[in-house]
Design a protein around this ligand. Structure first.
Ligand code: KG4
Ligand code: ZN
Length: 335
C-alpha cells in the first residue's frame, strides 16, 4: 500500500510517500526556520504562509517522480500543532484527496515521532516498548503496545516547557540564536559540565523544564563577565542536566513496565550526547534502545505516512479530520 504523508504542524513543510509503512519512496522537507530566527521562535503567521508557498512546488516535485494515481491513501497530521499551520496542510491534503479520489486518514503528530524509528529500516520492534518524544513542542513518555491509539498509554508529559524549548530558551539567554539545540550541543562538546542547573526530577513520569531555564537565568545574572570558555561549560552543564532527567525517567519506566525496548524520537533525539547517554545506561540495564534516522527525527511527512498505514481503517474521508480535531492531541501536546 502506497501512502502519501503531509506534515505542517510547525515550521517544517513536508511531503513523503511511504510503501507499506516502511519503505520511503519519496521524501521532501523544507523548513521556514530562517524566517523565524530574528524573532527567537516560530511565528505562526509566518509559518503558515510559508507552508502555503512550499506545498505546491513540493507536489510538483512528487508528481515528476511518482504517478499520483499509484497513491492509495493520504495521511495528514491534524494535531497537535499551530492551528494556522495545521490548517494549510489539512486543506492541501483534503484538496488532493477530493480531486484524485484518494482516501484520507488523520495522524497524531506526537505518536508519529515514535513511529519514525520504523522508517527505511528492517528493525523488528517488540511490544511493549517505552517511547520518549523529545522535541521543541513536546516531551512525552509512552508505553506502546501496538501501532494504534488504543494501544498507547501516556505515562507522563511536560508540565510546562518542552525539552527542545528549554534548549531554545537557554540559547536565547546566552545570545546564541535560534534554534538552540544544535548550537548548545556544539558548544557543549568544547566544555565540561562543571555547573549545576537544577532540573525537576520527581518520582513520577512527568517533566518540567521551566526550572532549569530559571536556574540558568539566575546564574547568568550573578556573573559580571562570561568568557567563551565559560559558555561552553554552561552549555555542557545545562545539556547534561536535561538529558540526565530524560534518560532516568525513560529507563525507570522501561524497567517498571517490563518494556522490551526504548525508542527516542523528536528533534532533540539527533543530539549525540543524548544518544550516547541512552546507549550507555541501556547497555548497563540490558534494554535495547533505538533512534530514528536523523532525517526522520525532526518534523517530517514520512513518519505521518508510515503511521497512517496502521491507523487507516478502510473508511474514506472522516468527520474526525475536521477543525474540531485540530490541535487536540490524544496525548497532550506542549503547544
Ligand atoms: O521535532 P522538532 O523538529 O519540532 C517539534 O515538533 O517541535 O524539534 C525541534 C526542536 C527544537 O527545539 C530544537 O532546538 C531541538 O529540536 N533540537 C535539538 C538539536 N537539534 C534540534 N536539541 C538538542 N540537540 C540538538 N542537536
Ligand atoms: Zn514534532
Amino acid at each position: 500500500m502506497r501512502i502519501m504523508g503531509v506534515e505542517s504542524s510547525c515550521d517544517e513543510t513536508s511531503v513523503a510517500v511511504v510503501e507499506n509503512g516502511r519503505d520511503v519512496l519519496y521524501f521532501s522537507v523544507v523548513s521556514s526556520v530562517d524566517f523565524h530566527k530574528r524573532y527567537g521562535g516560530v511565528i505562526p503567521e509566518i509559518a503558515s504562509r510559508k507552508h502555503l508557498e512550499f506545498f505546491s512546488p513540493m507536489l510538483e516535485g512528487l508528481i515528476k517522480e511518482l504517478d499520483i494515481s499509484s497513491i492509495d491513501l493520504i495521511a495528514v497530521c491534524n494535531r497537535p500543532g499551530l492551528i494556522p499551520s495545521l490548517l494549510v496542510g489539512l486543506s492541501f491534503a483534503k484538496a488532493i484527496s477530493i480531486a484524485c479520489d484518494i482516501p484520507l486518514v488523520a495522524v497524531d503528530h506526537i505518536f508519529s515521532h515514535i513511529y519514525a524509528v520504523m522508517l527505511d529500516s528492517r528493525l523488528k520492534l517488540d511490544f511493549p516498548f517505552v517511547g520518549l518524544v523529545a522535541s521543541g513542542g513536546h516531551t512525552s513518555l509512552f508505553l506502546v503496545e501496538g501501532w494504534s491509539y488504543d494501544k498507547v498509554r501516556l505515562l507522563g508529559k511536560t508540565k510546562d516547557d518542552a525539552c527542545g524549548e528549554a534548549f531554545d530558551k537557554a540559547a536565547k539567554l546566552l545570545g546564541l540564536g535560534y534554534p538552540g539545540g544544535p548550537v548548545i550541543e556544539k558548544r557543549a562538546e568544547e566544555g565540561c559540565p562543571v555547573y549545576e542547573f537544577k532540573c525537576y526530577k520527581g518520582k513520577d513520569y512527568d517533566f518540567s523544564f521551566s526550572g532549569v531555564k530559571t536556574s540558568l537565568l539566575y546564574f547568568l545574572r550573578k556573573q559580571e563577565k562570561i568568557s567563551e570558555e565559560m559558555i561552553n561549560d554552561i552549555c555542557a552543564s545545562y545539556q547534561k542536566s536535561i538529558i540526565d532527567v530524560l534518560v532516568e525517567k525513560t529507563v525507570r519506566a522501561a524497567k517498571e513496565f517490563d518494556a522490551k525496548a526504548i525508542v527516542v524520537g523528536g528533534g532533540v533525539a539527533v543530539n549525540k550526547f543524548l544518544r550516547k547517554m541512552f546507549e550507555q545506561v541501556c547497555a548497563c540495564e540490558g534494554i535495547p534502545v533505538f533512534f530514528p534516522e536523523r532525517r526522520f527525527c525532526g518534523d517530517n511527512a514520512a513518519m505521518v505516512a508510515g503511521l497512517g498505514y496502521y491507523l487507516w481503517d478502510g473508511e474514506k474521508l472522516k468527520d474526525t479530520i475536521s477543525m474540531e480535531a485540530l490541535s487536540y492531541s490524544l496525548f497532550g501536546g506542549g503547544r
